[in-house]
Design a protein around this ligand. Structure first.
Ligand code: TXA
Ligand code: MG
Length: 340
């Protein structure tokens, strides 16, 4: 199959959106930009359509998908209950990077929920995603549009790199904004539990509905042994990444020791740290003063590192405040070690 590439030139062109929405309804897979990362969409009520997502991504069948809607009203057809807290979160954060796990009706394709009795819903905050979802007017199952085991795509080029020839088309909306996946919160538990940190922070959620829990896997300290039971394979780069706590001097020292051993060492750091390091082999993430920008660039830099021939990448640690919580969650998952 030749993958259709609707370029940013006609991204908001009705014709492109209309055609993509029609193809979705006919059971094809379409990749589209959201404010977090690109998603690979298929009709969430069509088992066969959804199976093509799993096939294109090489995704394990027991990992459930998020259903996306262009209007919050649509979810009431597919869930048995929307609690007061869930309503409050919808009102506060949709459209936006927050996925709510709710009790599912059996009207969705079984492979969306992977046999669970719950389903994740979200309404993305991106003009192209919203136009597509509203034109299709169906729930659209959409995991991140990468091959399983690769970083989530933050540009259409990333999608094509991984999935060209395997999907019907991609709507190119340029770079995504948040750069890491949505916050996932299980609203079927009391109190609700954050399963994945993302663009909406715990503090922001608690300001609306009061205290929530963090999944136990998110509470593990830095130096706790990496749980092999983190059930689903997450992105692990070919080149090991070490997070180095401390300043530029410490990082230089670690690099020096590795270079003495003949290793080709690269760095993934802020602009400020890059200046202090004064080295050639640097992937810059953005200014320390702008954690949002650093988060937005993370997956692109990880993809660049995958194409490099460094033997070790030393990465800067960032404060876990606000979006830093999601940023460091993804960075720690990609890293094999944290050095004090
Ligand atoms: O920002 C995002 O959420 C992106 C964009 C495309 O919307 N999507 C995304 O999808 O990251 P995916 O499939 O890569 O991640 C979905 C996460 C997985 O960790 C999955 O296990 C969890 O949500 N999930 C989905 N349904 C669930 C459910 N019923 N119960 C618990 N976890 C669920
Ligand atoms: Mg994913």
């Amino acid at each position: 199959m030749e993958t259709k590439h609707w370029t940013s030139h006609d991204e908001l062109n009705n014709q492109a959106i209309h055609e993509a929405a029609e193809r979705l309804k006919q059971g094809e897979t379409i990749a589209f930009p959201t404010e977090t990362v690109y998603g690979l969409g298929a009709d969430a009520t069509n088992d066969h359509a959804v199976s093509q997502i799993f096939q294109a991504k090489g995704r394990p069948a027991d990992n459930p998908l998020i259903a996306h809607v262009g209007s919050s009203d649509l979810i009431y057809d597919y869930v048995t209950d929307v609690s007061e807290d869930a309503e409050a979160l919808i009102n506060a954060f949709w459209p936006g990077p927050l996925t709510l796990i709710l009790p599912a009706k059996s009207k969705l394709a079984e492979n969306v929920t992977a046999g669970l009795t719950t389903v994740g819903f979200r309404m993305p905050d991106h003009p192209v995603a919203l136009a597509l979802l509203q034109a299709a007017n169906i729930p659209v199952a959409a995991p991140s549009a990468n091959r399983s085991g690769k970083p989530s795509p933050t540009a259409a080029g990333h999608v094509l790199h991984d999935l060209d020839g395997k999907i019907y088309g991609v709507l190119d909306g340029g770079m995504t904004g948040v750069g890491v996946e949505s916050t996932v919160i299980d609203m079927t538990l009391d109190p609700p539990m954050i399963l994945r940190p993302g663009g909406v922070t715990q503090t922001e959620i608690e300001a609306v509905i009061g205290p929530v829990n963090l999944a136990p896997s998110l509470q593990a300290e830095d130096d706790a042994p990496r749980s092999p039971g983190m059930k689903y394979k997450h992105y692990a780069p070919d080149c090991p990444i070490w997070i180095v706590n401390g300043g530029a001097e410490r990082m230089k020292q670690v690099a020096h020791d590795l270079q003495q051993d003949g290793k080709r060492v690269g760095f993934m750091v802020s602009d400020e740290r890059a200046i202090d390091l004064d080295q050639d082999h640097v992937y810059r993430l953005g200014s320390q003063k702008d954690l949002l920008a650093i988060t937005r660039h993370l997956y692109d830099r990880l993809r660049q590192i995958d194409n490099s021939d460094y033997e070790i990448i030393l990465a800067e640690a960032f404060p876990k405040d606000g979006i830093g919580e999601a940023l460091m969650n993804r960075l720690e998952k990609a890293a094999s070690e944290t050095i004090e």
